[in-house]
Write a protein that binds this ligand. Structure first.
Ligand code: G3H
Ligand code: ZN
Length: 287
């Protein structure tokens, strides 16, 4: 059902473009992202965080929902289903469930333990043809303008030698809305890492809110996967707010309170935002 993405991301790294990794939060998100991928004829990596999976009813529910929507929408482009920022147990669960890709996020562990656990996940995943992403350094959360801990070149080499298929690196990037005075991506470190692991698809987390020129420069240096979540949440919220404002006095006649109407503008805004992002990333179309 799901592609593991290994060829897709290797091709992206080699040819200096990126494929977006788009988080899903519910049925509307899933549908909006599948539609954008199908209409642009580009591959889709759809991913779910542990929090979003819990909100929806679990990892199995998410897998079934994505698969069923692919069927009902006649999706013909490759779809990769990825666990985003999984801990050890979640990664094992998603491997057993048939996700085609998992991220094991061991940034809270010391390097040795992160590496040991990553290796265990790689073994389990690769036996089943599943792709693995690991994290080195730390993607920023609330550290302020500098972002989290920078990834080291040494760790990049070690994790790639251990067999990870994609590598997420802390390079000054931050999850969520970027703080005022953010210092920007650390291109020097990205360049050093990219030179040390010349074929490895590198992953840029916290893709929402990074200026277009920085995203493009990061891709030219070796980023092949860009993770986007907050951007679509903001787009959904804005379109929904505008719809509610515009329909305040009409709702009774138009049944604007019907969720099938109420959630539509936001859903369409996600599709539009994703199409714009596909343009930024230069995602290659399927032949
Ligand atoms: O893993 C998910 C991403 O890194 C999303 O980050 O919400 O800042 O776009 P974002
Ligand atoms: Zn992330």
């Amino acid at each position: 059902y799901f592609d593991n993405g290994n060829q897709i991301f290797k091709d992206a790294r080699k040819n200096h473009y990126a494929v977006g990794a788009y988080n899903t939060n519910n049925l509307e998100w899933t549908r909006a992202e599948l539609r954008a991928a199908e209409e642009t004829r580009t591959p889709l990596l759809i991913q779910v965080s542990t929090g979003a999976a819990k909100y929806m009813g679990g990892y199995k529910f998410v897998k079934d929902m994505v698969a069923d929507q692919m069927d009902s929408m006649n999706i013909s482009v490759p779809v990769i289903l990825n666990l985003d920022h999984g801990d050890f147990e979640s990664a094992k669960e998603c491997i057993a469930l048939g996700y085609s890709s998992v991220m094991f996020d061991g940034h809270k562990l010391d390097t040795e333990e992160n590496l040991a656990k990553t290796k265990e996940i790689i073994k389990l995943a690769h036996e089943r043809g599943i792709s693995v992403e690991a994290e080195i350094g730390k993607i920023g959360e609330n550290e302020g303008a500098d972002g989290g801990e920078l990834a080291s070149v040494e760790d990049a080499k070690t994790f790639v030698a251990a067999g990870v298929d994609k590598l997420a690196c802390g390079i000054g990037n931050i999850h969520g809305v970027y703080p005022a005075g953010w210092k920007g991506l650390n291109f020097d470190r990205l360049k050093e890492i990219a030179e040390a692991v010349p074929n490895e698809p590198l992953v840029l987390h916290g893709g929402s809110g990074i200026p277009e020129d920085q995203v493009k420069k990061a891709i030219s240096l070796g980023i092949a996967k860009v993770n986007i979540n907050t951007e679509f949440q903001l787009a959904f919220q804005k379109a929904t707010r505008e719809y509610i404002e515009a329909n305040k006095d009409l709702d009774k006649a138009n049944k604007g309170y019907d969720p099938r109407k109420l959630l539509l503008p936001g859903t369409e805004a996600i599709t539009d935002a994703m199409k714009e992002m596909i343009g930024w990333l230069g995602t290659k179309t399927i032949d």
